[in-house]
Design a protein around this ligand. Structure first.
Ligand SMILES: [Cu+2]
Length: 350
């Protein structure tokens, strides 16, 4: 980080210095003092700097790929993630050769056609054929890429239906943590209102709404079953957050006052990914990807992908809204004398 700051300072210093030199040059031109013309040798040196710059530039890119290549997106673990990666790879395969060839040509010509007093420039103003060619070909390639991208976008964003039997989860964002809510046995989320947020009822669930009574919510990590569609609903309490689940190629803004959605099908359990990476400590992450305040960097939650059976067993262990100590209600409090489980402890320690 320090190194980057030093490099940035040097670069900015050079830019500032060149501006000063330019101003001085302009001033002397205005005064009629600037009669300087570069010598042949100076022209040649300047021309030679062009290909040298290109080589340094390409070497820098290659170094970045080697040094930081592993900071790119991690391996995809969702159905649409694999498709999106293919789109990304296709785009790279098409644009990388174009990038390399155009840059080589650009700097080659700058070197080859440096000023030479014995050479006369050719007058060439216009060619319809050339204009057509370099407009039509990139337009066609871009059109193909855009259509390809749009079709994948449509597939990815297609809403689920009841026939898909999705697992439904609400992710609730606030400065600076996440809460995941499951609809409980009735399969319906209870209504929530920001005005009902009080004490440990941090989601503002309406305790007079029967649908809310069996809702379950967790904070440290949430669990989803593998190979089954998961429908996410996103809400936010305070500012805009962004739910980012990099391994699942999923990102969606969480906006106060509205509900946004995203769905995906996880394809690899946490255990399978741990084995694949040879890292028993690995966990999928939900991160906030919108700078939302001072502790934004710390706003994460672990995601555990397990088999369907493990998921059902885990969900059964989580406390229902009304069984969490502190969520008072007049009608359905009778069952709340059970021992608080791990989930309840987490919640009441907030
Ligand atoms: Cu945030």
């Amino acid at each position: 980080m320090m190194n980057l700051l030093i490099i940035a300072a040097i670069v900015l210093g050079i830019i500032a210095l060149s501006k000063v030199v330019k101003v001085l040059e302009k001033a002397s031109t205005v005064r009629g003092e600037n009669t300087y013309t570069p010598t042949d040798k100076e022209n040649k040196t300047q021309a030679l700097l062009m290909p040298i710059f290109l080589l340094v530039y390409f070497a820098f890119i290659a170094w970045q790929l080697v040094a930081w290549g592993d900071r790119m997106l991690p391996m995809a673990a969702s159905e649409h993630g694999i498709v999106i990666d293919k789109l990304m790879d296709t785009t790279w395969i098409i644009i990388t050769p174009v990038f390399i060839v155009t840059h080589i040509l650009l700097f080659y010509f700058a070197w080859k056609y440096a000023y030479d007093k014995n050479r006369k420039a050719q007058f060439f103003a216009h060619s319809n054929k050339l204009e057509m060619l370099w407009t039509a070909i990139p337009a066609l390639v871009l059109l193909i890429l855009i259509l390809y991208g749009l079709s994948i976008w449509n597939d990815t964003m297609e809403p689920l239906t009841a026939e898909d039997e999705p697992v439904e989860i609400e992710l609730y964002a606030r400065q600076f943590d996440w809460t995941a809510r499951y609809p409980g046995e009735d399969g319906k989320f209870g209504t929530a209102d920001v005005r009902l947020i009080e004490g440990i009822n941090m989601l503002g669930l309406d305790s007079t709404d029967e649908n809310a009574w069996d809702d379950k919510y967790v904070k440290a990590e949430f669990v989803i079953p593998v190979n089954r569609p998961v429908q996410f609903y996103f809400r936010a309490q305070d500012v805009i957050h962004s739910a980012f689940m990099p391994h699942f190629r999923a990102q969606m803004n969480c906006v106060p006052g509205m509900t946004t959605r995203f769905n995906f099908v996880p394809t690899m359990t946490t255990a399978e990914m741990q084995e694949h990476l040879g890292d028993p400590e690995f966990h999928y992450q939900l991160l906030c990807n919108k700078i939302c305040g001072a502790a934004h960097y710390n706003m994460g939650m672990e995601i555990k992908v397990v088999s369907e059976e493990e998921y059902i067993a885990w969900l059964a262990e989580q406390n229902e809204f009304l069984k969490v100590e502190g969520n008072t209600n007049t009608t359905a409090q009778t069952e709340s004398n059970s021992q608080p489980s791990q989930g309840a402890e987490e919640v009441s320690s907030l």
